[in-house]
Design a protein around this ligand. Structure first.
Ligand SMILES: N=CN[C@@H](CCC(=O)O)C(=O)O
Ligand SMILES: [Zn+2]
Length: 398
C-alpha cells in the first residue's frame, strides 16, 4: 500500500463539479487501484509509509482517445501543397492524402513502424498520457491492417501505457478496389474485422463517413457486423460535410462520434439520447485551417459529454502534444479549462468505454499525472511548456 500526501487533487469525479478540487489532499493506492482519496485530515491509513507530493497538483492520467500514431512515411509535401492552395479533398481525390500514407505503411516492416510510432507515443507519455487509442486504417488490405494493429499492441508491451486498438479499414477505398466498393467492404473491412477480432487485436470498430470515404449506409452495415461480434463502434463524422453519420452512429449505440464540425441538431439530439461522446479534434481543425466550428454550445446545452484528442496522424493533425490539444480546445473551440481537462480524462475514458479510469476515485485504476502547477487551468493556458513532474501507471511511479 502507498499513501501520497500533501497533494492538490483534481479528481474530475463529478460531471457537475468542474475539477473536483481538494486542497491538502491524500491518496491511498493498493496494487494498481486507488482505494481512497480525500482531505488529508480524514486519511484512514495513518500508519502506512507516506510520500509527500509537496503540494503538487494530481490529475487522473491523461487519455488520448483518438490517434493514428502507427503509420509509415510523412506528409510534409502535402502540407506544402495545401499552403500553395490545394484542398485536402483535392489531394485525396488525386491519390494523395490517406492513400500516400497507405503506400508508405504497406512498404514499412513492423519493426520500422514500431520504432517510428514509439517516438510519437513517448512524446504523449512525457505529457502525462497513460491510455492511448490507436487505429489501423493506413493498410487497407487485411495483412497491412493486421500489421498496424500488432504494432499498436507491441507499443503497450514496450511502454508503461495502456493501448486500446481500433479497426479502421473503412478509412478510404484503396486504388486496387476503386471499381469494387462492395468487394472492399466485404473482403477487407468485414472479413478482416473477423480475423482481427479472432486474433484479439481489436477493441472497437471505426470508419470515415465522408464524401471522399464511406457513406452512412455503408458504415451502418459495418456497424451491424461489429455488433454481431460484440465490438463497440465509433465514427469519424461530419468533419467536412453533414452526412448524418453521427446520428447513425448514435443509433448504433456508438461510444463516440469524432470531429463533428458540421454536426447538426438531429445529430446532437441523437448523441444526447444514446450517451455518445463528442470527440473534438482541434489539431485537424487547425491544420486544415477550417472555419466551421463544432457546435460546442449546442453540445453543452444537450448534455453531450465532450472529449478532446490529438488525432495524431500524418495528414490532418501531425500533433503529438495532449497539452497543446487542451490549449487549442480552449482557444479555438472556447472550451473552459475544466472542460478541456474533463475532455482528456473522464470523457476521453468514456469515449473508449473504459469505466475504470479518467477520475481519481476509490476503485479506479491508479493512473495519475503529477504536475508542477498551482492550478489546473495552467494545463490549458500554457503553450509549448510541459510541467509534468511524474506519472503513475497502475500504481507504479514511472
Ligand atoms: N478524417 C479522417 N482520418 C484522419 C486523418 C486522415 C489522414 O489524412 O491521414 C483524421 O482523423 O483526421
Ligand atoms: Zn482520425
Amino acid at each position: 500500500m502507498q499513501v501520497l500526501v500533501n497533494a492538490t487533487l483534481a479528481t474530475m469525479a463529478d460531471e457537475s463539479a468542474g475539477y473536483g478540487l481538494i486542497d491538502g489532499a491524500a491518496l491511498v493506492i493498493d496494487g494498481d487501484r486507488i482505494i481512497w482519496a480525500g482531505a488529508e485530515a480524514q486519511l484512514p491509513h495513518r500508519d502506512a509509509p507516506r510520500r509527500d507530493l509537496g503540494g503538487r497538483l494530481v490529475t487522473p492520467g491523461l487519455v488520448d482517445c483518438h490517434t493514428h500514431v502507427v503509420f509509415g512515411g510523412d506528409r510534409a509535401q502535402e502540407f506544402e501543397m495545401r499552403l500553395e492552395g490545394a484542398s485536402y479533398e483535392e489531394i485525396a481525390r488525386a491519390g494523395g492524402g490517406i492513400l500516400s500514407s497507405v503506400r508508405a505503411t504497406r512498404e514499412a516492416d513492423e519493426a520500422a513502424l514500431l520504432d517510428a510510432a514509439l517516438r510519437r507515443v513517448d512524446h504523449l507519455i512525457a505529457e502525462g498520457v497513460t491510455t492511448i487509442e490507436i487505429k489501423s486504417g493506413y493498410g487497407l488490405d487485411v495483412e497491412t491492417e493486421l500489421k498496424m494493429l500488432r504494432t499498436a499492441r507491441r507499443i503497450g508491451e514496450s511502454r508503461p501505457v495502456h493501448v486500446a486498438t481500433t479497426w479502421l479499414a473503412a478509412h478510404a477505398l484503396p486504388p486496387e478496389c476503386k471499381d469494387d466498393r462492395a468487394g472492399y467492404l466485404r473482403d477487407v473491412v468485414i472479413r478482416g474485422m473477423d480475423r482481427a477480432h479472432a486474433e484479439g487485436l481489436i477493441d472497437a470498430v471505426d470508419g470515415f463517413c465522408e464524401g471522399i470515404a464511406f457513406s452512412r449506409d455503408e458504415m451502418a452495415a459495418v456497424f451491424d457486423h461489429a455488433a454481431g461480434l460484440g465490438l463497440p463502434v465509433k465514427l469519424h463524422a461530419e468533419q467536412l460535410s453533414d452526412l448524418g453519420g453521427a446520428a447513425m452512429a448514435a443509433e448504433h449505440g456508438a461510444l463516440s462520434a469524432d470531429h463533428l464540425e458540421y454536426l447538426g441538431a438531429d445529430g446532437i439530439a441523437a448523441m444526447a439520447a444514446s450517451g455518445t461522446v463528442a470527440v473534438l479534434l482541434p489539431g485537424a481543425f487547425y491544420t486544415l485551417r477550417e472555419t466551421q466550428l463544432p457546435p460546442v454550445q449546442a453540445l453543452r446545452d444537450a448534455g453531450v459529454p465532450i472529449a478532446l484528442a490529438t488525432d495524431a496522424n500524418p495528414g490532418t493533425s501531425p500533433l503529438t502534444s495532449i497539452l497543446l490539444t487542451m490549449n487549442m480546445g480552449a482557444t479555438l473551440f472556447r472550451l473552459t479549462p475544466a472542460e478541456c481537462l474533463a475532455g482528456v480524462t473522464r470523457h476521453a475514458a468514456r469515449a473508449l468505454g473504459l469505466a475504470d479510469r479518467g477520475t481519481i476515485t476509490a476503485g479506479a485504476r491508479a493512473d495519475l499525472a503529477i504536475w508542477d502547477v498551482r492550478h489546473p487551468a495552467e494545463l490549458s493556458y500554457r503553450i509549448g511548456f510541459n510541467p509534468l513532474h511524474a506519472r503513475v501507471f497502475g500504481g507504479e511511479f514511472v
